[in-house]
Design a protein around this ligand. Structure first.
Ligand SMILES: NC(=O)C1=CN([C@@H]2O[C@H](COP(=O)(O)OP(=O)(O)OC[C@H]3O[C@@H](n4cnc5c(N)ncnc54)[C@H](O)[C@@H]3O)[C@@H](O)[C@H]2O)C=CC1
Ligand SMILES: O=C(O)[C@H]1O[C@H](OP(=O)(O)OP(=O)(O)OC[C@H]2O[C@@H](n3ccc(=O)[nH]c3=O)[C@H](O)[C@@H]2O)[C@H](O)[C@@H](O)[C@@H]1O
Length: 449
């Protein structure tokens, strides 16, 4: 079976390389010629652990190729996965579906043999059903083109393992013939007893956004408790451990800190609210507005803490450790860390940024920050160090590492990963969110709903 993957970003490039790893012949397609040029040389244009090795291996054997030509994939592949972006629309909460529509239409216009189109992008419910019509209108009537929705649940930083060994697989199908094709594609995972849910288009689309909405809610839940522990003097990590022991709750995704970001959770909860409103169900998803607000308040909190610690930001040197939205990724889309860094810069601080992998992407968005290529360069002479992305090299930091470098011996651990007692014992002014190591806060007053 020959597989094409349309859109070769974080999702598509991973999916293409993993499909090749499973033994399929694969062609990745993107409208960005620079990306295709790099991938064709076996060079991954972003950071994802384990993926460069798979890419190089399968490009070398010729099992994995890349193109910008829809005509080429349309004549060649039996199954076409769509993994193009669905970003937030400028100035709105809804998802921008232009790329999905364009990809479906280009495929329909160019597919010249019976084939199955499989949507992987995260889309508002109702999208797949609307694409059936797009495909019908733009395709050759003598060719049978099926459509299925197969949402993706991979996490950046673990993309290869999540793709090759997913927690579950979901097929949204309208025709049993399409289910059989998908079962053949995922035969390896199904042999390993990966749970499979076969359902309709609408449920499949909703499963994806429900999962992301739940994860976002879980993070904001613990961060809302952070606001309370900061006010009354409790400890958020202990609270999370204690409730996490209840198997019905679970400890994962209860790490309090500067909150969630990235190319998915924030835009997906906003798109879900927007879609619910379109359906006349504004109230059903209104709680996600609060989830979003709690999350964004964490960023304010870090900026305020920095102001409190330094008195005046203007002219102060601040070391920013991490700008990626999470460790093991170079992705800075809606990154809480980059947001905080930019706000400290705008308030007049002399901001020096070090991220092991994301400096380049951050500089593309905010060239004015001072990006440096080592921890030492970021921290030397700093009045304040702010740990914003918990890369391993930052999680393992000790006062002995930073002591000789910094002027101020002030540190904000905005990811709650360091041993507060050790830093205090070493004479640091240490602040971590949601603990007794956070100065008491003013109660948060939000506008009436
Ligand atoms: N990044 C992730 O970890 C995950 C992403 N998703 C979803 O997957 C989708 C893609 O996300 P990312 O890979 O992060 O985005 P991305 O922005 O990294 O990649 C999207 C790619 O699509 C290409 N593209 C746009 N229009 C095209 C067209 N008409 N034909 C061919 N290529 C086109 C772009 O040039 C870009 O390379 C989104 O819906 C996202 O919500 C789902 C699960 C995980
Ligand atoms: O739809 C998507 O694209 C993906 O979105 C998330 O994956 P990802 O964005 O790669 O990263 P996560 O590990 O979910 O982290 C998201 C954000 O939440 C933050 N987070 C995570 C966990 C936690 O306990 N606390 C917390 O603040 C992270 O720092 C990060 O900023 C989901 O976990 C994936 O299942 C989904 O496929």
């Amino acid at each position: 079976m020959r597989i094409s993957v349309i859109g070769t970003g974080y999702l598509g490039a991973t999916h293409a390389a993993c499909m090749a790893e499973l033994g399929f012949e694969v062609m990745g397609l993107d409208i960005d010629p620079a990306k295709i040029e790099a991938l064709s040389q076996g060079v991954l244009p972003f950071h994802e652990p384990g993926l460069p090795e798979l890419l190089r291996k399968h490009v070398a054997t010729g099992r994995l190729r890349f193109t910008t030509s829809y005509e080429e994939v349309g004549a060649w592949a039996d199954v076409h996965f769509i993994g193009v972006g669905t970003p937030q629309r400028a100035g709105e909460h809804a998802a921008d579906l232009r790329f999905v529509h364009a990809a479906a239409r280009s495929l329909a216009e160019n597919i010249s043999k019976d084939a199955l189109i499989v949507g992987k992008s995260t889309v508002p419910v109702g999208t797949a059903r609307s694409l059936v019509d797009v495909i019908r209108r733009h395709s050759d009537p003598s060719v049978r083109i099926g459509l299925a929705w197969n949402p993706e649940f991979l996490r950046e930083g673990f993309a290869v393992q999540d793709t090759l060994a997913p927690d579950r697989i979901v097929f949204g199908v309208d025709d049993p013939a399409d289910e059989s094709v998908l079962r053949a594609v995922y035969a390896r995972a199904l042999e390993n007893e990966t749970p499979l849910i076969v359902t309709d288009f609408e449920t499949a689309e909703l499963v994806k956004v429900a999962a992301n909405a739940f994860l976002a809610t879980k993070i904001s839940f613990i961060n809302a408790f952070s606001e309370i522990t900061e006010t009354v003097g409790g400890d958020i990590r202990t609270l999370a451990d204690a409730i996490g022991h209840d198997a019905r709750i679970g400890r994962r995704f209860l790490n309090a800190g500067v909150g969630f970001g990235g190319g998915c959770l924030p835009k997906d909860i906003r798109a879900l609210r927007a879609r619910a409103s379109e359906l006349g169900l504004d109230q059903s998803m209104r709680f996600l507005a609060e989830v979003d607000q709690i999350n964004l308040r964490r960023r304010d909190r870090v900026v305020h803490l920095a102001e409190n610690m330094l008195g005046e930001l203007a002219g102060k040197q601040v070391a920013i450790l991490g700008v990626a939205f999470k460790p093991d990724s170079d992705d800075v889309r809606d990154s809480p860390a980059l947001d905080v860094a930019v706000r400290l810069y705008n308030a007049g601080a002399d901001v020096r940024v070090y991220d092991p992998k994301a400096n380049h992407n951050a500089a593309g968005r905010f060239p004015r920050l001072d990006y440096v290529d080592s921890l030492e360069a970021a921290c030397s002479g700093a009045d304040l160090v702010v740990l914003l992305t918990e890369w391993r090299e930052f999680r393992e930091l000790t006062p002995e590492d930073l002591g000789p470098l910094t002027e101020g011996r002030r540190l904000i651990d905005a990811r709650n990963v360091l041993d507060a007692e050790a830093w205090e014992a070493a004479g640091w002014q240490f602040v971590s969110l949601g603990s007794k190591y956070t100065p008491a806060r003013e109660p948060v007053r939000s506008a009436a709903p």
